[in-house]
Design a protein around this ligand. Structure first.
Ligand SMILES: [Zn+2]
Length: 146
């Protein structure tokens, strides 16, 4: 909405002019008695960013897998066959020399009933609220003096 008086500039102040209340721009506000802001600016909220999480494979995946295999008393070949991977890969996984890709890790989780994938906070960003600075009383006083 534009100024009630000049109609050119945006309304900024609520001012009493000859007994009636008008919404005036900064330039016209000097003709009346400023009693407040024309509009109450809505607090500007910065978009709240959900902390991003990334999936990672737990550090001791090799230990968990080996322990599981040993608990099941299966040899590498039988165990690897059940998991649908090569036994040479299984050797490397159990030695911690090979990290399975996420897809494989999730499949192993399902088959073995282990927790091999976990989520971690990617950025560690806390939600941020920021309030826009409004006009201060000083702004009104300046206008009044003009
Ligand atoms: Zn005006």
């Amino acid at each position: 909405m534009n100024c009630d008086m000049c109609g050119r500039n945006p309304q900024q102040f609520k001012a009493a002019v000859e007994g009636s209340t008008m919404l005036l721009c900064q330039a016209c506000a000097k003709f009346g008695k400023v009693i407040g802001r024309a509009t109450q600016p809505a607090p500007e909220k910065v978009k709240i960013e959900k902390p991003e999480t990334i999936e990672i494979i737990v550090a001791d995946f090799h230990k968990l897998i080996r322990e599981k295999r040993e608990a099941l008393k299966e040899n590498h070949e039988a165990f690897a066959a059940r998991l649908g991977i090569k036994s040479s890969i299984l050797h490397k996984i159990e030695a911690g020399h090979f990290t399975p890709d996420m897809e494989t890790a999730k499949r192993l989780e399902k088959i073995l009933g282990l927790r091999l994938v976990t989520t971690e906070d990617a950025g560690g960003k806390a939600p941020v609220f920021k309030q826009a600075e409004g006009m201060t009383l000083g702004d009104f006083i300046k206008v009044k003096k003009r």
